[in-house]
Design a protein around this ligand. Structure first.
Ligand code: NAG
Ligand code: NAG
Ligand code: NAG
Ligand code: NAG
Length: 383
């Protein structure tokens, strides 16, 4: 069956004229990514991965996940992290390795020395604390970082300016909240964030004069299922002079256990509405699903799609359903899906109340050496 499909497609494919590179990637390429930010930290302490489909052969996690359909690696970058973990050198090393294996690289700026998400956006300790100098430091940091990747031979496919920035970046200066009322107050509340975003975006333009390739610029917000949040957020940014050309692609997080409103229906409505309003590519850039959730440590949280079991099979069903929703976004604007940290053996709950949402079964019997055995869900991108 596969063969006949191929014979049918081949003459067609050769007849299609070659599109310019950026058009080709934005229309045809579908990003299937795994966030592997912690992999080096784990490998550095001797963690190994075994491929259960190859008689438990020891293989790099990225090779196993690559066989499972991954074509992109997402990496978070911190500014001056303790011990260098997730810092510039750490990321250059990982990015070089993944690029040499043919994976695309998606760089996720946190603009922080450690974690940044909707509940915390701590600015780098060494950065200024007032708006104008902070914006100027941010601009220079983005520029220099992108130039370093280029000098290392890494053409970044995607660059996200901030991680889950529903509540802004670089607190307190860049703290924003769509629930500030009435609307003129919302707009005023977003003014500092808009200034900082413009600075980060200008840093990209500064780098473009010096680098070989242009990444897609992403804005990444959590709760991709909440249309009210997304419309107000992007509306407030546009009202503050952010042009719709100032970002290329929407990135959304979508997890099953943060409120039962995180349904597939709500995700579909939100993504499709934004596609019609902004006519811009959309990706789901963080998701995961539990393989094990037995109430051992916390009460079992309800899934927003309760008919999908918490199981290895459920991980594949959930992710493929999300891929289906993204691929059905109108105007062909659905552009990718990324699974969050599938190989993080010693953090297998991935921040949830469940035991384990990663794609490897863990063996701690020789701790501190950790071993991860690939689950069938390592193949969830084989679609
Ligand atoms: C792979 O390792 C697992 C866990 O130790 C074991 O249960 C399984 O039998 C091994 N498979 C093979 C083919 O050796
Ligand atoms: C925006 O509103 C939030 C919530 O009230 C507040 O914490 C933040 O400081 C405000 N931001 C600015 C820049 O005024
Ligand atoms: C969706 O987001 C809006 C804006 O932040 C918020 O007011 C609302 O409570 C959210 N909806 C749900 C169901 O949480
Ligand atoms: C996982 O192991 C690494 C390396 O030993 C360590 O730095 C990190 O703190 C550990 N994380 C957790 C959540 O235990």
């Amino acid at each position: 069956m596969r063969l006949s499909t191929l014979f049918f497609l081949l003459p067609l494919a050769t007849a299609i004229p070659k599109l310019p590179r950026n058009q080709e990637s934005s229309h045809a390429f579908f990003f299937k990514g795994h966030d592997l930010s912690s992999l080096k930290t784990l490998e550095d302490v001797g963690t190994i991965y075994r491929d259960t489909t190859r008689h438990n052969q020891t293989r790099p996690a990225d090779d196993i996940l690559g066989d499972g359909g991954m074509n992109t690696v997402r990496l978070r970058i911190w500014v001056y992290p303790e011990g260098g973990t997730n810092g510039l050198e750490y990321n250059l090393e990982l990015a070089k390795r993944f690029k040499s294996k043919g994976f695309k690289i998606y760089l996720d700026f946190h603009f922080s020395d450690s974690w940044a998400d909707p509940n915390k956006q701590p600015p780098p300790a060494a950065w200024p604390t007032t708006l104008a100098p902070l914006a100027s430091t941010l601009r220079g940091y983005v520029k220099e970082t992108l130039i370093c990747f280029d000098r290392a031979g890494i053409d970044l496919a995607i660059v996200a300016l901030g991680n889950e920035i529903r509540h802004g970046i670089l607190w307190p200066v860049g703290h924003a909240d769509v629930d500030v009322q009435p609307w003129p107050a919302t707009i005023a509340n977003f003014s500092n964030l808009a200034t900082l975003y413009k600075a980060a975006r200008a840093g990209v333009d500064d780098a473009l004069h010096a680098v070989a390739s242009r990444p897609q610029i992403m804005i990444h917000i959590d709760n991709g299922w909440n249309i009210t949040l997304q419309q107000r957020w992007f509306g407030a940014m546009v009202a503050n002079g952010i042009r719709t050309t100032d970002w290329d692609v929407f990135g959304f997080s979508f997890y099953p256990f943060y409120g039962t409103a995180a349904t597939f229906d709500n995700l579909r409505t939100t993504l499709n509405t934004l596609a019609w309003e902004y006519k811009k590519p959309i990706q789901v850039v963080e998701t995961d699903y539990p393989a094990i959730c037995n109430g051992e440590y916390n009460p079992i949280p309800e899934s927003s799609e309760p008919e999908i079991p918490y199981s290895i099979e459920g991980q594949t069903i959930w992710t493929r359903d999300v891929i289906g929703i993204v691929k059905q976004i109108p105007l062909g604007l659905g552009q990718g899906v990324h699974y969050w940290e599938p190989a993080w053996l010693n953090n297998s709950n991935l921040g949830s109340d469940c035991n384990d949402a990663i794609l490897f079964s863990t063996d701690y019997s020789n701790y501190p050496q950790m071993v991860g055995y690939s689950r069938s869900s390592v193949n969830l991108f084989r679609v």
